[in-house]
Design a protein. Structure first.
Length: 156
């Protein structure tokens, strides 16, 4: 299977490292080592191993969307006209090219995909929906739900 992942053998120190890095990806190795109960060098080696094994896939800045004018969130259900593997692959590749699509999940439901779309306002969303999402390969139907308030959101 293309997206299958291999489970990496991790111990309690690795889990602690991951938990700390999820909370603060900019922590120094010295502070990280102290927090998880290791010395600096073994801590660095473990982080390097977690990166090389694909457990840690990157480090990034988490932005407050409202402060950069992207506080409009819509969830878009997408129904495809074709769900054979080739069609799914074509849709997947194309949806990755739309920067406004923050998340895309294949769903076991009456529709095929659920997209989380972030824009500046409803007018911009309407343009993204009409000119980008609706023109993705094999899209037959879409339905939109606009978020009125975000109560909890994870940065992953």
């Amino acid at each position: 299977m293309k997206n299958a992942t291999l489970e990496v053998d991790m111990d309690e120190f690795d889990r602690k490292i991951i938990a700390v890095l999820r909370r603060d990806g900019r922590i120094t190795y010295t502070d990280l080592a102290q927090e998880v109960g290791l010395s600096k060098t073994p801590c660095q080696q473990r982080v390097r191993r977690l990166v090389e094994s694909g457990v840690i896939v990157g480090f990034r800045a988490i932005i407050d969307p409202a402060k950069v004018g992207l506080d409009h969130v819509a969830f878009t259900e997408v129904k495809l006209s074709d769900t054979r593997e080739t069609a799914l692959n074509e849709f997947n590749a194309a949806v990755r090219q739309i920067p406004e699509v923050e998340e895309c999940h294949m769903i076991a439901s009456s529709f095929d995909y659920l997209l989380k779309v972030r824009t500046s306002d409803i007018r911009k969303y309407r343009i993204v929906l009409g000119e980008k999402i609706s023109n993705l390969p094999h899209v037959a139907h879409t339905s939109t739900f606009v978020a009125m308030e975000t109560v909890r959101e994870s940065a992953r």
